[in-house]
Design a protein around this ligand. Structure first.
Ligand code: F6R
Length: 608
């Protein structure tokens, strides 16, 4: 996945494709490529590394003739960042070229079918099945073939397709991943994001789920899968490039918060087959996981907080003891690791130095390393025995949101997988849990539909001096993350406490007007947290409570109640963290701070 651009018009396509890709660089990528058709022949160039490599390889695009083509910057998901894995991907006969964002969940099945039909694959990607399917099913009608092939794909996709069978058209379709069509003068474009084409046109169609676009140089048809014409409104872009890079959001952090439902689906989808968890990325046999006597989870910052959620989830579901450590502590504390123990390393960047060194120490002591990483090919990924990638996409805001949420999703899946192989849940229970887990992204989406109430709340409290987050069990782990989110971007002093610990000292800090955010989503702990709310209320605190829908009794105690959609307690963290992210965002925003780049912080901490 990452950036898509396509051009068809009267000018040389390659330089236009390159300049479009330049505008998409902000999204992050590790390789780039393009395919252009000239005189009925497919030409292409792909390079690993920065765009300048592709520019050099093509003499700024001048070496590649032709007036229509597609280009892509890739951020590796399936397969390492190599020339073979970068886009466009081609059919075996070289007549079809495809760029793709998203994840094709059933690609292994399709690949098997094609391999049996005699196709050879040159990449490790999910995308390559698309051009091969197009070749396999081509029946002389390009649209019919595209529509048939798209109908076979499961997962998320934004696709740009060209073929020497039909050299005067670009075909595009989206489901799940964004794609737009730009309407120029004697030229038309496709792009994954508006900035790619904003210097060329401000008139665009925003493709909806399942819509196809057929572009020639002076015409664009938007149709459904049966080629029935869809009449679409032209959208006039009135933002500047900077705003457009953020999809119209003022800061990346809010954009990334809003991307969470998609990121969650991309992360969980490929690991679910119906209601079964499939962990084909794990190289050890089930017996290894069955006999595990201990798991360590090691990480820093928010990744450590998600590790704490993981402890509750893994211990609860799989009944395996889990120790969670801050990487900077773990590496110096001489931990007792037995050969064969499993160490789970969590890192968005895959480059955090303390985490990487902790991994190396654990490895030296004979542990097996399973990492949960967002950046493909990063140091942590390379040095691990197994990697479960989160498919959050590039995260640009310093404060993590979508990477954190997708890390939690992986831990849910791992918990369910371990529970099954360790015989802790029946198949019926697994089905029920997975059924619920699959609803989480849509519940997050529904919650995020209207955050105006949270923004209002943020405005009211933006000037507070101290905030305490309290909770028990998973709520406590989420309290730690809520507190970190708030302090790192708003510079408000904030602490998180296990609610039961308050009376062992901290409660003496509660006075008139102290803001306490109380999380109470865990049914068996609800009454207890409610008592803690009463305790701080009676000492003058202002309380914002976060509970699941239906728990209206909390309204009697709390000043404000935030309801999250109902779910099973074990998955509640995925939902309750969302209002905390949004509150932190708006508090920082209304304080007029640079939300994406808080002072003294870096996105990737590669020093001790
Ligand atoms: C907070 C945040 C940090 C990171 C931490 C680890 O919002 O983003 O606390 O979680 O620096 O970084 P990674 O996950 O890249 O190892």
């Amino acid at each position: 996945m990452c950036g898509i651009i396509g051009y068809i018009g009267d000018r040389q396509a390659a330089p236009i494709i390159l300049s479009g890709l330049r505008k998409l660089e902000y999204r992050g990528y590790d390789s780039a490529g393009m395919a252009v058709i000239c005189d009925g022949k497919m030409q292409s160039e792909k390079t690993v590394g920065k765009l300048v490599e592709l520019e050099n390889a093509t003499d700024e695009g001048t070496k590649i003739q032709g007036k229509m083509g597609i280009g892509h910057t890739r951020w590796a998901t399936h397969g390492a960042p190599t020339v073979q894995n970068s886009h466009p991907h081609f059919s075996q006969d070289g007549k079809f070229a495809v760029v793709h964002n998203g994840i094709i969940e059933n690609y292994l099945e399709l690949r098997k079918m094609l391999t049996e039909a005699g196709f050879t694959f040159v990449s490790d990607t999910d995308t390559e099945v698309v051009p091969q399917l197009l070749q396999h099913f081509y029946n002389g009608d390009m649209f019919e073939t595209v529509s048939k092939v798209v109908g076979m794909l499961r997962g998320a996709y934004a696709l740009g397709i060209i073929s020497t069978h039909d050299p005067d058209r670009i075909y595009a379709v989206r489901k799940g991943s964004p794609l737009i069509v730009g309407l120029g003068d004697g030229a038309n474009f496709i792009a994954s994001d508006i900035p790619a084409i904003l210097s060329r046109t401000r008139r665009v169609y925003l493709l909806e789920e399942g819509e196809f676009a057929i572009l020639s140089k002076d015409k664009v048809d938007i149709v459904d899968a049966d080629k029935k014409v869809i009449h679409k409104q032209v959208y006039e872009v009135d933002w500047d490039v900077d705003a457009a890079q953020k999809d119209g959001y003022e800061y990346y952090m809010l954009k990334e918060i809003m991307e969470q439902p998609r990121a969650m689906k991309d992360t969980m989808g490929p690991r679910l087959n119906g209601n079964d968890v499939v962990m084909s990325e794990l190289s050890m046999p089930e017996s290894y996981y069955k006999n595990l006597s201990k798991i360590f989870i090691v990480a820093c910052g928010s990744a450590y907080h998600v590790g704490l959620v993981g402890k509750y989830v893994l211990e609860d579901l799989a009944r395996v003891p889990v120790e969670v450590d801050l990487a900077s502590e773990f590496r110096y504390r001489n931990p007792i690791i037995q050969p064969g123990d499993l160490v789970i390393i969590i890192s968005q960047s895959g480059e955090t130095l303390d985490t990487l060194e902790a991994l190396r120490d654990a490895k030296k002591q004979g542990a097996r390393i399973l990492s949960i990483v967002n950046v493909k090919g990063s140091s942590i990924a390379r040095e691990s025995d197994d990697v479960l990638y989160t498919h959050a996409g590039p995260e640009i805001a310093v404060a993590t949101t979508k990477a954190y949420s997708t890390q939690m999703d992986i831990l849910f899946l791992l918990g369910l997988y371990l529970a099954r192989v360790r015989g802790q849940i029946t198949s019926a229970q697994e089905q029920e849990l997975v059924e619920e887990l699959k609803t989480i992204p849509d519940k997050v989406q529904a919650f995020l539909k209207d955050v105006s109430g949270l923004e209002k709340l943020a405005k009211q409290h933006k000037s507070v001096r101290d905030v305490f987050f309290i909770g028990r069990g998973i709520d406590y782990a989420i309290a730690l993350e809520g507190s970190l989110k708030l302090k790192e971007i708003s510079y408000i002093h904030s602490e998180a406490y296990a609610a039961g610990e308050l009376k062992h000292g901290t409660i003496s800090l509660i006075e008139d007007g102290t803001l306490v955010i109380a999380l109470a989503t865990q049914q068996k702990l609800f009454e207890k947290t409610l008592s803690n709310i009463k305790e701080v209320k009676s000492r003058g605190a202002t309380v914002i409570a976060v509970v699941m829908e239906g728990h209206t009794e909390v309204e009697k105690e709390a000043d404000v109640t935030i309801y999250i959609p109902k779910t099973m307690e074990v998955f509640a963290g995925a939902l309750e963290v969302i209002p905390l992210q949004v509150l932190a965002y708006y508090i920082s925003y209304h304080k007029g701070l640079d939300v994406d780049k808080p002072r003294n912080l870096a996105k990737s901490v590669t020093v001790e």
